[in-house]
Design a binder for this molecule. Structure first.
Ligand code: PEP
Length: 248
């Protein structure tokens, strides 16, 4: 395994309350004790916990991200939404954009692109999710879909911008099914071939049912810079296990 920094991004989705803050104390302790700077942990809790996470994590190396934003950079009459400036103001550093659970609800390429532009304008780090559905995969459309998502989502974004791409096959999210290494490596190589032409500074992560049971196998793919972890990240023990198994 190469010596690069590995990203472990915890997507808590619509889970967690004030009581769950206690559970991250073990992860804070773990990150303090592991003096090595070889990994970065980013927690993306629901909006209701962002402020508490920023506060709890401020004396640690762990950072906080949000799970989505409204596409408009400017303040406005959008009941129930939050824009990139509000997150920045709260001390949030990252934001997930284009998650398949939101694409399924109707979020389109144009909105995703506007969200990314807004996040960059607010100096938030973007975690841009892409991935094919099982239907698209069966019909051998994976490359076409991934390219379309990348070209549309990242339209007009400067080469110097830092971008984190999370490849998350939709059929793998929350299902316990993970692509085999051959397929995953092929798709990651394809994504890299497009992203590397567009950006100088990028990371490529994998997301979809990552767990302590499959992390060793996933780590064999050297092209990966880390993982976006949903379900397993809500357990401090599992998250720590995933990180430990990446380095041991
Ligand atoms: C996700 O929703 O981003 C995700 C990767 O979920 P899970 O790990 O639960 O498949």
């Amino acid at each position: 395994m190469t010596n690069k920094i590995r990203y472990f991004i915890a997507n808590w989705k619509m889970y967690g309350d004030l009581g769950s803050l206690k559970s991250i104390k073990n992860v804070i302790k773990f990150s303090r004790l592991s003096k090595s700077k070889k990994f970065k942990i980013i927690y993306c809790p629901p909006y209701t916990l962002l402020s508490d996470f920023v506060d709890t994590l401020k004396k640690s190396s762990i950072e906080t991200g949000a799970q989505n934003i409204h596409e408009n950079y400017d303040f406005g009459a959008h009941t129930g939404f939050i824009n990139s400036k509000m997150l920045k103001n709260l001390g949030v550093k990252y934001v997930i954009i284009g998650h398949s659970e939101n694409r399924t609800l109707g979020e389109d390429h144009k909105q995703i692109n506007k969200k990314i532009l807004s996040a960059i304008k607010s100096k938030l780090n973007v975690i841009f999710c892409i991935g094919e559905t099982s239907f698209q995969r069966k019909n051998k459309k994976t490359n076409i879909i991934l390219k379309k998502q990348i070209m549309n989502g990242l339209k007009g974004i400067g080469k110097k911008c830092k971008i984190i791409v999370a490849y998350e096959p939709v059929w793998s999210i929350g299902t316990g099914v993970v692509p085999n290494n051959l397929e995953l490596e092929k798709n990651i190589k394809f994504i890299k071939s497009i992203i590397s032409k567009k950006f100088n500074n990028y990371k490529i992560l994998y997301g979809g049912s990552v767990s302590p049971n499959n992390i060793k196998r996933l780590n064999m793919i050297d092209l990966l810079d880390g993982y976006l972890i949903g379900g397993a990240s809500q357990s401090s023990k599992k998250l720590i296990d995933i990180i430990k198994k990446t380095f041991n």
